[in-house]
Design a binder for this molecule. Structure first.
Ligand code: THU
Length: 137
């Protein structure tokens, strides 16, 4: 699947955004190694901290459906600026996605570019940091 095709699925997912507070709609489409796609939209809450980003909705749908191997994620926003993922979403991607995982960011014109997760969040905190902590030695 091309990046443009995956982005179209993210654009479609954005239609289901529940964002009455920020009005900032986000859609995401996650491509698994097996070719399946899981999509998500942001889901906000009156208790603002309970909001979940579109990327995490897509990733958690996939994980809870038994998927474990992922290729790339496309993100659609209505902004003139690139819709980069937030830090929490990057951390969740780091947990489940390998070094070759790609992030396709776009703007409201559907111009898009591909980034590598490892370039966007270098030196990420991972399981190995927990394995190496002093109390665990
Ligand atoms: N949002 C996402 O869905 N993904 C991101 O990576 C950044 C932010 C959502 C959360 C909230 O509903 C709205 O965008 C404004 O922050």
């Amino acid at each position: 699947m091309t990046n443009a095709e995956l982005l179209q699925l993210a654009v479609k997912a954005k239609e289901n955004s529940y964002s009455p507070y920020s009005k900032f709609r986000v859609g995401a489409a996650l491509l698994c190694e097996n070719g399946k796609v899981y999509s998500g939209s942001n889901v906000e809450n009156a208790s603002i901290g309970a909001t979940v980003c579109a990327e995490r909705v897509a990733i958690l749908k996939a994980i809870s459906s038994g998927e474990r191997n992922f290729k790339k994620i496309a993100i659609s926003v209505d902004s003139k600026n690139w819709g980069y993922p937030c830090g929490i979403c990057l951390q969740v991607m780091t947990e489940f996605c390998g070094d070759d995982f790609k992030i396709v960011v776009a703007n409201r014109q559907n111009e898009h570019k591909e980034l590598k997760l490892k370039d966007v969040l270098p030196n990420a905190f991972r399981k190995k940091e927990l394995d190496g902590f002093i109390g665990g030695l």
